[in-house]
Write a protein that binds this ligand. Structure first.
Ligand SMILES: [Zn+2]
Length: 104
């Protein structure tokens, strides 16, 4: 993701899978337009059909990119490369548990 995130942004994904980033502040306006079925709405000079959009957080967009690149998220919420083994459980052991693991 080359996008510089200064303000918190969300990504509008259009029917054509175009990704249009906008400030999260503008979200209520977009949601109101969807609720009121006002027809096309303008975002950054683009007129899009709000019936067919998805609105995703920057975090979710990043997750999608990571999955596309073959990364996976373990149950501790950490991302790993495709072939990388998850060793996160060692980070979550108490000193005593860790000592026991190392004896095995
Ligand atoms: Zn892990």
């Amino acid at each position: 993701m080359s996008q510089e995130l200064t303000k918190e942004q969300v990504c509008i994904i259009t029917q054509n899978r175009a990704e249009i980033w906008m400030d999260k502040d503008k979200l209520p306006m977009i949601l109101a337009a969807i609720r009121n079925e006002t027809g096309l709405i303008e975002i950054n000079g683009n007129y899009i059909n709000p019936k067919h959009i998805e609105i995703l957080t920057a975090q979710e967009m990043e997750n999608i990119t990571r999955r596309k690149n073959g990364q996976w998220q373990c149950k501790w919420g950490k991302w790993h490369e495709q072939r990388q083994r998850c060793l996160c459980r060692f980070d979550h052991l108490t000193g005593e548990e860790l000592a026991r693991e190392c004896q095995m």
